[in-house]
Write a protein that binds this ligand. Structure first.
Ligand code: UD1
Ligand code: CA
Length: 473
């Protein structure tokens, strides 16, 4: 198969987004548009990939800095799609295969469809093969003009079109395969002689037809997938489409979505088989959920790695942490970056864990804050236990051994270490290290004064009643 090179056009301004963020960096279902297009491009295993940047190019450049398989071309000023591709020709020097042109703002294009375009281009030995879409409202898009027999003739931009051409519903999707040498031959001949004063890439297609070369215009199977994102409304539509696609793929792979309409799974997320996602679940970023898990209603996970058989009872917020198999989470747990929850541990309601390791089988079930802590296995942490990790200037570490029992309402003032098997009595403020096996208590002695409670309360209630009566008078 002949080799391919990819050009991604991403220099345009995106005025209608009304944004300080470059258009192609806006996420569609969690992934920046340009990254989605790049992923589809990489599927072709191209010999070279060129991205044309321009408007707010530095930010796009920074965003793409990690990718070393790309050549970035700065197109300033932006004089049209024809100019954009022409600026790429030096980067394609010596390349004579197929140049695939994609738009950075058409994020929903599918790899298999693009593969079909390239395969058609190669099988039919055409010099240009492009995608079209039949749409209800063609608006400002380029119209595809065909002859009586349906053969492709040319593309006319809406602003240059005659009324009978504007009535055409088949539009140019802006996704093409070009023979590299055709681009070299024709791009220098493209002029700005049109309504917008721009260099139009589609003029190359007209030139190929004029040279009596074969040009193929293929309707894209699902038109909504090749409509560009130009506004926030388009962005929302594209995200909804991408989300639906992700949800359908999850269900096809054996994940139960109790209500797909209210389940939000970003495009980069993985979920294992037989996992159940309840309504309102929001899985984001690089989150990976294992098999046989149950994620309860309204829990959100960001960049979290979750093992098999985990049960989240809902309303939890989990970010940047690792949860091993068979862990119980929630309801209402907050797991912050750097939390590592080992196998079978329980993190209960209103428990916050930050930058801490919770050992296997340990239980922190109610109303606790655990920060900067190394906790061993089988520890029982009573309700209301707090690690006092911050002294106003520095964070300090708490180390808790295995099989420790911590009574309710304990404060562990870090830095502090609790040895294996220690028992800490309820209400203790631990300020010194606790040796293994010790019983530790800090508690003021209790005093019982017989009858004094009743006496006090009777008097208080009497005063309250008198006050109430005075008010009514
Ligand atoms: C273009 C096509 C039109 C097609 C439509 C599909 C032309 C002249 N027209 O419309 O037939 O129906 O796409 O969406 O090509 N860009 C640059 N540099 C530029 C101009 C644009 O990189 O100088 C990029 C944009 O960032 C965008 C893509 O090219 O990613 C398409 O540009 P856009 O302005 O959205 O499309 P039109 O020119 O209006
Ligand atoms: Ca334009």
């Amino acid at each position: 198969m002949p080799s391919t090179a990819v050009i991604i056009l991403a220099a345009g301004q995106g005025t209608r987004m009304k944004s300080d963020l470059p258009k192609v960096l806006h996420p569609v279902n969690g992934v920046a548009m340009v990254d989605q297009v790049l992923a589809v491009a990489r599927d072709l295993q191209p010999a070279r990939t060129v991205v044309v940047i321009g408007h707010q190019g530095e930010r796009v450049r920074d965003h793409l800095a990690g990718a070393d398989d790309l050549t970035l071309i700065d197109q300033t000023p932006q004089l049209g799609t024809g100019d954009a591709v022409r600026q790429c020709l030096p980067a394609l020097e010596g390349f004579h295969g197929t140049v695939v042109v994609l738009s950075g703002d058409v994020p929903l294009i599918q790899a298999n469809e693009l593969g079909r375009l390239v395969a058609t281009h190669h099988e039919r030995h055409t010099v240009v093969t492009l995608f079209t879409a039949v749409v209800d409202t063609p608006g400002g898009l380029g119209r595809v003009v065909r002859d009586d027999t349906g053969r492709f003739l040319r593309i006319v931009e809406a602003k240059d079109a005659q009324p009978h051409e504007l009535a055409i519903h088949e539009i140019n999707a802006g996704i093409y395969c070009f023979d590299a040498d055709l681009l070299r031959r024709c791009l220098p001949k493209v002029t700005r002689d049109n309504a917008q004063g721009e260099f139009y890439l589609p003029d190359v297609v007209a030139m190929a037809v004029a040279e009596r070369h074969l040009v193929e215009a293929l309707p894209y199977t699902e038109p909504s997938e090749v409509l560009g994102v130009n506004s926030r409304l388009d962005l929302a539509h594209a995200s909804a489409h991408a989300r639906r696609r992700v949800n359908e793929a999850l269900m096809a792979s054996g994940v139960t979505l109790v209500d797909p309409a209210t389940t939000y799974v970003e495009s980069g997320v993985q979920v294992g088989r037989d996992t159940v996602l309840h309504p309102g679940v929001y899985l984001r970023g690089a989150t990976r959920i294992g098999a046989g898990c149950e994620i309860g209603p309204y829990s959100s996970y960001v960049d979290a790695v979750v093992g098999d058989g985990v049960r989240d009872r809902g309303y939890s917020h989990v970010e940047g942490c690792t949860i091993a198999a068979e862990v119980l989470v929630g309801p209402f747990s907050r797991l912050r970056p750097g939390a590592e929850i080992a196998t079978g541990a329980h993190i209960g309601n209103f428990v916050e864990v930050k930058k801490s390791r919770i050992g296997a089988g340990s239980k922190v079930n109610h109303l606790s804050y655990i920060g900067d802590t190394e906790m061993g296995a089988r520890v029982n942490v009573g309700a209301g236990t707090i690690t006092c990790n911050y002294d106003g200037a520095n964070k300090h570490k708490t180390v808790i051994g295995d099989d420790v029992f911590i009574g309710s309402d304990t404060q562990l003032v870090a830095p502090v270490t609790v040895g294996d098997g220690a028992l800490i009595g309820a209400g203790t403020t631990v300020t010194q290290d606790v040796p293994a096996g010790a019983l530790t208590l800090t508690r003021a002695p209790q005093e019982n004064r017989p009858g004094a409670g009743k006496k006090y309360l009777d008097r208080a209630r009497q005063i309250a009643a008198e006050k109430k009566q005075k008010k009514q008078e």
